[in-house]
Design a protein around this ligand. Structure first.
Ligand SMILES: [Zn+2]
Length: 141
């Protein structure tokens, strides 16, 4: 019986919700299930594999491998048209989650990348960048 877990009832300041890039913070957050070990990118507050609650919110180191890459030529809005054509990639992060991000031109499937950041207007956008040349070749075939 742990009733102290609800800070709103105890009168203490509620723990602020963790923020990530969607909120303008340079971070990628994900959930990790302590019961089965599943990592989930879209935060739900429960494990989609085993249903366990609560799940831990963790911060990704932003390192991974390009799973897929494409170039967007027809931008969805005037704001995006200003930067088209631009590269979009799916990146498998080391923590076991896959994210959609912008990418620097020329990225290919299997490239080792770090997630950096750029801004489009007010919006913060994750952008995959190749790992520094000193470590290139370790993950390439
Ligand atoms: Zn689970």
């Amino acid at each position: 019986m742990s009733t102290a877990a609800n800070p709103q009832q105890s009168g203490a300041s509620p723990e602020p919700a963790p923020l990530d890039w969607v909120d303008g913070q340079e971070a990628i957050l994900y959930e990790h299930c302590g019961a089965c070990g599943k990592a989930t990118y879209f935060r739900r507050g429960f494990c989609p594999r085993c249903g366990a609650t609560p799940v831990a919110v963790r911060r990704s180191a932003g390192q991974g491998t390009v799973y897929a890459a494409t170039t967007v030529v027809r931008a969805p809005s005037p704001e995006w048209k200003a930067i088209a054509p631009y590269a979009m990639v799916l990146v498998d992060l080391q923590e076991g989650i896959r994210i959609l991000a912008h990418g620097v031109p020329g990225l290919a499937i299997g490239d080792a990348v770090n997630i950096g950041w750029h801004r489009l207007g007010e919006r913060l956008i994750p952008c995959a960048e190749p790992v520094a040349s000193s470590t290139q070749g370790q993950q390439k075939k």
